[in-house]
Design a protein. Structure first.
Length: 219
């Protein structure tokens, strides 16, 4: 059973994320301890709230460098909602610099007649990379739960794994770059589909652990 560290910086649905990951078969720690995060098999960066306070809090705890270090050493990481947005260089929501692990920005939905912002409720994913580890075992165009006014705009479109359409605007809502994965929706609030996505992340973490096992050399 892999160990997943949920990063605690007072800006996320920690307990619902924990419950979802435990249902998905992981052993979960909610922590802001550097050692526990870097020694975990995988990491979840949750987030609910605004970009600037989140980045200020991460920096005050020294977690910005911990997250960069974890990604740099190849630990699987799943960003959720604001946890996705923080991975980018900057956001239209505020003035603070982001983690800048991914090149790009975070943009706001444009106003339209009769369009509700924030985008809140259930909507259908449109896969651009059906082979992505996160989507295994899912039906086409599955319904997931969103609460957001902002969305990522990566410089490299090849890392976009899914879109969603709100009004007339089709925007990226899932990013995958190696073992770095992030989604704009809330899998922990997305019913059976969300649990399957979390199971897929846990499986990816387990596979990463197996691939990193040292093989003894015999002379």
């Amino acid at each position: 059973m892999p160990t997943i560290a949920i990063i605690d910086y007072d800006m996320g649905n920690l307990h619902s994320a924990r419950k979802g990951l435990e249902m998905a078969g992981a052993q979960v720690k909610i922590t802001h301890d550097r050692g526990e995060i870097l020694n975990a098999d995988g990491i979840v960066l949750p987030g609910v709230g605004a970009f600037d306070p989140a980045m200020v809090k991460l920096r005050s705890l020294g977690l910005d460098e911990v997250i960069r270090g974890a990604v740099g050493q190849g630990q699987p990481l799943l960003g959720i909602c604001l946890g996705l947005q923080l991975l980018f260089a900057r956001s239209a929501e505020g003035n603070e610099a982001g983690l800048h692990i991914l090149e790009g920005t975070v943009e706001r939905f444009q106003p339209e007649p009769d369009l509700t912002i924030p985008h809140m409720g259930w909507n259908q994913l449109q896969f651009t990379d059906r082979a992505c580890e996160l989507w295994q075992g899912l039906a086409p165009d599955p319904w997931v739960y969103f609460v957001h006014s902002y969305y990522p705009r990566p410089c490299d479109n090849s890392i976009i794994s899914a879109h969603v359409t709100h009004g007339s605007q089709t925007v990226p809502v899932a990013i995958v770059q190696g073992k770095l994965m992030a989604v704009q929706f809330h899998p922990e609030k997305s019913g059976a589909t969300g649990i399957q996505i979390l199971k897929n992340f846990v499986t990816a973490v387990s596979n990463h652990c197996i691939s990193n096992l040292s093989v003894p050399t015999y002379v």
